[in-house]
Design a protein around this ligand. Sequence first.
Ligand code: MG
Ligand code: MG
Length: 250
Amino acid sequence: MINRKSKDEIKRMRHAGHIVALVHQAMKKAVEPGISTLELDDIAYRVIKENRAIPTFKGYNGFPASICTSVNEQVVHGIPSKDVILKAGDIIAIDVGATYGGMVGDSAWSYAVGNISEEKQRLMRTTEESLMAGIAQMRDGNVLDDISGAIEDVANRENLGIVRHYGGHGVGHVMHEDPFLFNYRVGDNTKIKTGMVIAIEPMLNLGCDDVVVAPDNWTVSTKDGAASAHFEHTVLCTDGEPVMLTTLME
Ligand code: MG
Ligand code: MG
């Protein structure tokens, strides 16, 4: 059974999502050559705390920081460090969660550090496009495979690798609720209903699909070392258009 959120729960998720968007606004400003990923984590922590929310990631299964920072060939779950200094030409995926009033918002975005290659631009542009194509399918009466397929089609058109072992998920009282959402067709005919909230999050690679986990047991990287991008929004299904909850409120 997939949880459908009440009006009140959605209101609190909207607030959590706004705070997540404030963090991304701060990240967009802060990402530049010379900054460390630990400094980015400090900024994110401060924004979350100033807004009376809880950094959802901190302590989640023992994760030590408020954001995941995944640079270049890193896909997801990179750990912020004072030793990881961004340089021009890098791309960085920043994933952040905030809990407000007991409800979670979850969103990731990839950022360019200075000038980046045409290939990395194409990767970022396409991954964002695949997210938006997936979101457009978050409609009452559609099935999960409609979202997965929309993401897969955009990735295939650009011949990008699709990360297989990680994907989207229901979100609400905790970060990971049912259902799991694949970023490619698996034939999942679970119906999407008004009131469902799903974090949709394609991870696409310039090379192959395969990933490896580092000895730190967190950092996921592409097996072939090619760059990866990650974009994510927490999305509500309504009777009308899908609503992204992890954007700034008016
Ligand atoms: Mg996330
Ligand atoms: Mg997520």
